[in-house]
Design a binder for this molecule. Structure first.
Ligand SMILES: *Cc1c(COP(=O)(O)O)cnc(C)c1O
Length: 389
């Protein structure tokens, strides 16, 4: 399967056929597995065994999903979790100990920021934020206790880009790990391991499912790291449910098709909105006006499905704009077939102080638009009529 193209892997890397000769992979809703003998069960409990024991550890459906993501990301191994946040939390807890330090990009997902600021101090783990593509600025933050560099690109919600190759070179130089939350790009648009990342994390809830149905998360990368994450996960129980894994494995069959359309629609809408008299700014990585356009072209196949617009006049006009939309709904999710709008300053990032928000580019008028798979003219029309209001 390794030498096949992305779309083929996403479709064909499915579970082996059972005795029923099914064509589409079946669902294994079983919490545990049986053994032919006491000796077989003893052998299965050896940590190195890959026999199925109990679905908190692994299950055929979660294995199928993990295997697909490994193929798509070019990773050796993986572990699937109940949500994106449980993939992030499990990775942190498996790799970090009291006294450790983490360097992270400042513009991280709101809940990840909350783990760093609210819970890390409780466990005597510290963090430093960078907001830059400068090697020297990142190097200044690294201490002897630094365990890894953590980043998202494109960032949520400001759609800034971080140069993966550059940050990977810093991590290599200091013999620390690079962990990338690749949720916004998906492996179809960007494969951080190719640029030197050690671990890649996803919220599968977003584009991987793509239809707003299930929660899921996954972490993939080097086998020795994943083994530690897996052992911690199998004890503590953040595992993905077999049902969600089955849904997600099917969803991946159409990931490439869906991402092509998300990207086409998003680029079109961004181009049409750019320069609108009611907007201060339109941000999309594949617009030549984007400050990190060159990095986007270097590491991404296309610009993704998220655009941001800044409404002139701040919060009140932004609120009015959201309330004037007829088809597009207000929701915290993204990466859905349905277009979605979010006002980060008053919702997903309301726990940050005003200064913290401004530091990561979240102005009061900033709106995140997750461009869906509807007809692009219909999406644009709804946004335009709301702007006129
Ligand atoms: C949504 C999201 C997460 C968290 O994923 P859940 O599945 O909601 O737990 C993490 N990182 C990014 C970038 C996200 O967009």
């Amino acid at each position: 399967m390794e030498n096949k193209q992305f779309e083929t892997k996403a479709i064909r890397a499915q579970l082996e056929r059972t005795d029923y000769n099914e064509h589409s992979a079946p669902l294994f809703l079983t919490s545990s597995f049986v053994f032919d003998s006491a000796e077989d069960m003893r052998a299965a409990f050896n940590e190195e065994s890959d026999d199925f024991i109990y679905s908190r550890y692994v299950n055929p459906n979660t294995n199928e999903f993990i295997n697909k993501i490994c193929l798509l990301e070019g990773a050796e191994s993986g572990f699937a979790t109940a949500s994106g946040m449980s993939a992030i939390y499990t990775t942190f807890m498996a790799l970090l100990k009291s006294g450790d330090h983490v360097v992270s990009c400042s513009s991280v997902f709101g809940a990840t920021h909350a783990i760093f600021t609210k819970y890390f101090p409780k466990w005597n783990i510290s963090h430093s934020y960078f907001n830059t593509n400068s090697v020297t600025d990142i190097e200044k933050l690294i201490k002897p206790a630094t365990k890894f560099i953590y980043l998202e690109t494109p960032t949520n919600p400001a759609i800034e880009l971080i140069d993966l190759e550059l940050v990977a070179s810093v991590a290599k130089k200091y013999h620390i790990l690079l962990i990338v939350d690749n949720c916004f790009a998906t492996p179809y648009l960007q494969q951080p391991i190719k640029f030197g990342a050690d671990l890649v994390i996803h919220s599968a809830t977003k584009y991987m499912d793509g239809q707003g149905r299930v929660l899921g998360g996954v972490v993939v990368g080097k086998t020795e790291l994943i083994h530690d994450i897996y052992l911690f996960g199998r004890l503590t129980g953040p595992s993905m449910s077999p049902f969600n894994a089955w849904v997600l494995s099917k969803s991946l069959e159409t990931l490439a098709l869906r991402m092509d359309r998300h990207c086409d629609n998003a680029l079109y809408v961004a181009q049409q909105l750019e320069g609108h008299s009611k907007l201060e700014n339109v941000s999309y990585p594949f617009l030549p006006s984007h400050p990190y356009h060159a990095i986007a072209k270097k590491q991404m196949k296309a610009g993704g499905g998220i655009i941001t617009v800044s409404v002139k006049g701040g919060y009140e006009p932004a609120k009015k704009f959201l309330d004037s939309l007829k088809m597009i709904k207000i929701s915290p999710n993204l990466g859905d077939a349905r277009s979605i709008v979010t006002h980060p300053a008053s919702s997903t990032h309301c726990k940050l102080s005003e200064t913290e928000r401004l530091n990561v580019g979240i102005t009061p008028g900033l709106i995140r638009v997750s461009i869906g798979l509807e007809n692009k003219e219909d999406i644009l029309k709804d946004l335009l009529q709301a702007l006129e209001n």
